[in-house]
Ligand binder design. Structure first.
Ligand code: COA
Length: 129
């Protein structure tokens, strides 16, 4: 990984494929992939769940690690009162962010036409500035 002060991650999820996985795997997959708050907010809407899955993978990319290193539950999407999303990290994802000196995260989500996309930017202030 470079020493740049900006870290980015992007991910695109096929909503139909994710919905199939949810139907096949049931509640265990849901509760291991999304927090209770995320599940309550999405109310079973596969596009919104897919956007949050994309956010978790995009964040893993920004942190330079993939699934297996972090639990999906260590990366949570929270939404403010106007619907704008942001990231809340814990556990090993938070530890990795601290190692990289991440001071600020920005997250954008979109879902349309059977796909969900997340774009993540991290400002790693202590790095090479
Ligand atoms: C935000 C907005 C432009 C979304 O556009 P859209 O084409 O309908 O939908 P998209 O699929 O591209 O994006 C949906 C995602 O936008 C995000 N979003 C919603 N409101 C947002 C806001 N105020 N700021 C940033 N992101 C927002 C959410 O993450 C949402 O996904 P979610 O509902 O699963 O959490 C639309 O909801 C809107 O016009 N809201 C009111 C005005 C506003 O708040 N604008 C701020 C950004 S210009």
């Amino acid at each position: 990984m470079s020493n740049a002060p900006l870290l980015t991650g992007v991910d695109l999820v096929d909503v139909t494929r994710l919905q199939y996985m949810i139907e096949q795997s049931g509640s265990e997959f849901l509760t291991s992939g999304w927090s209770t708050a995320e599940l309550n907010l999405c109310e079973g809407d596969a596009s919104r769940l897919a956007a949050r899955w994309a956010a978790k993978e995009a964040t893993m990319k920004a942190l330079g690690n993939g699934i297996g290193t972090f639990s999906p539950l260590d990366i949570e999407v929270i939404s403010d009162n106007v619907g704008a999303p942001s990231l809340r990290l814990q556990g090993t994802a938070q530890q990795r962010a601290e190692e990289l000196k991440v001071e600020y995260w920005s997250l954008a989500l979109s879902h349309e036409g059977g796909f969900a996309l997340a774009f993540v930017v991290a400002l790693a202030g202590g790095r090479n500035v």
